[in-house]
Design a protein around this ligand. Structure first.
Ligand SMILES: Nc1ncnc2c1ncn2[C@@H]1O[C@H](COP(=O)(O)OP(=O)(O)OP(=O)(O)O)[C@@H](O)[C@H]1O
Ligand SMILES: [Mg+2]
Length: 377
């Protein structure tokens, strides 16, 4: 008898054995109902049997990588494994408990099959190998669906939290602005109100970055709305806002060429603001930050340059990765980043959404510059 037929015929018995094996204390604590366990174990066994039958005859352990890829599995197997993983996730199973179920299923089948039947050793072994491969395909699919579900839940939570933080932040900002306009305040009070304002502004930027990040993670991409715009006043305002927040720092903006075009002005201001914030925060605090904006015939170039220890070439490829921060050597007068490590990721997403790109050049002599090239349409 073939193992796949054995599985179909003995499903009941195998599932009972599986239930006993799956009853580890960790699994038992959260078992959401034996019926569900029974049903999904039976469905998985059937799908595995189908997948084994679908494997071409003669393809067995001797054929390297014969069918280890989930993509080559029978669709029913992937559907059952994926659905099972999502059901487990929703029922509060941990990924360890999920994997443990596969271990138990595998063990119960192997135990019952080995003493069974009259087939020769080689044949029985080959059948077992086929079975293991089908189980592994199911397990890979289950783990990847489960981790996707975890990531999606996390991103949704961050998105909702970030979204709901906007309103209270807005009222903190408005109240601080109101205080700053109030006459007769002591210098110390004005300073405190200014600190409230600049911290709220920093939080607002972090929340916006976080929302943009979750948007890209949830597969929605960064929304970019192009419209005819003159970039000079838009970018100048972004620079002035940062000047107000960092009174001791010198930001030198130089604009040249044709700066009118079809762009998302707010997004480009956000991108510039991320790059300048980095130059202020991670660069050498003593020298000015140079900001060059140049509109040529077919491209618009925006460059932000600061002095300070160069970013090593080995880091250039990864520095744009989300959630990476404090990777580069710091200037002696700069403090460690308390940011989320999203500024460069979002700057690059904005450049890309405009069909452009961002480049990093960094050396002892020339300092560190991030240059964005955007095609003019
Ligand atoms: N202009 C720069 N000079 C030197 N190092 C930089 C510069 N810009 C970025 N870096 C390095 O790259 C890392 C990632 O930058 P990124 O803007 O993505 O995150 P962050 O500034 O740490 O946090 P966030 O921008 O989310 O507040 C920084 O932590 C810093 O180590
Ligand atoms: Mg940053």
């Amino acid at each position: 008898m073939r193992l796949s037929d054995f599985i179909v015929e003995s499903t009941g018995e195998l599932v009972s054995a599986f239930e006993q094996r799956a009853g580890s204390p960790a699994a038992a604590q959260k078992t959401p109902g034996t019926d569900m366990l029974r049903e999904s174990a039976a469905a998985t066994l059937h799908a595995v049997a189908l997948d084994m039958q679908a494997q071409p005859a003669g393809q067995d352990a001797d054929a390297p990588h014969a069918h280890t890829e989930a993509a080559s599995a029978a669709p029913e197997l992937l559907k059952v494994a994926g659905g099972h993983a999502l059901a487990r996730f929703n029922a509060g199973f941990t990924i360890h408990q999920l994997v443990d179920e596969y271990r138990a299923l595998r063990a119960s089948v192997a135990r019952h099959w080995l003493p069974h039947g009259e087939a020769g050793d080689h044949e029985r072994l080959a059948e077992l190998v086929r079975f293991n491969e089908s189980i592994d395909k199911a397990l890979m699919e289950a783990v990847s669906r489960y981790t996707e579900a975890v990531a999606h839940a996390r991103d949704t939570l961050i998105g909702v939290l970030g979204h709901d933080l906007r309103n209270p932040l807005g009222s903190i900002t408005m109240s601080a602005q109101y205080l700053l306009r109030t006459e007769g305040m002591q210098p110390a009070q004005t300073k405190a109100a200014f600190r409230v304002l600049s911290s709220a502004e920093r939080m607002r930027r972090m929340v916006e970055d976080l929302l943009d990040y979750t948007r890209t993670r949830l597969g929605k991409g960064l929304p970019v709305r192009r419209a005819p715009v003159h970039l000079e006043p838009v970018l100048r305002q972004a620079v002035e806002e940062l000047e107000a927040l960092h009174p001791g720092r010198s930001l030198a903006l130089r604009c040249s060429g044709e700066l009118e075009g079809s762009f998302d002005g707010a997004r480009l201001a956000q991108m510039l603001s991320n790059l300048i914030s980095n130059a202020i925060q991670h660069g050498d605090g003593a020298s000015p930050v140079d900001i060059l904006v140049d509109g040529a015939d077919d491209t618009l170039a925006i460059t932000v340059r600061n002095q300070g220890p160069p970013i090593p070439a080995a880091l250039h490829a990864q520095i744009f990765r989300p959630l990476l921060r404090n990777a580069a050597p710091r200037a002696s007068n700069s403090v460690a980043s308390s940011g989320l490590g999203l500024g460069l990721f979002i700057a690059r997403e904005i450049a890309r959404a405009h069909g452009g790109q961002i480049r990093l050049d960094s050396s002892d002599e020339a300092g560190t510059s991030f240059s964005v090239q955007l095609p003019r349409r």
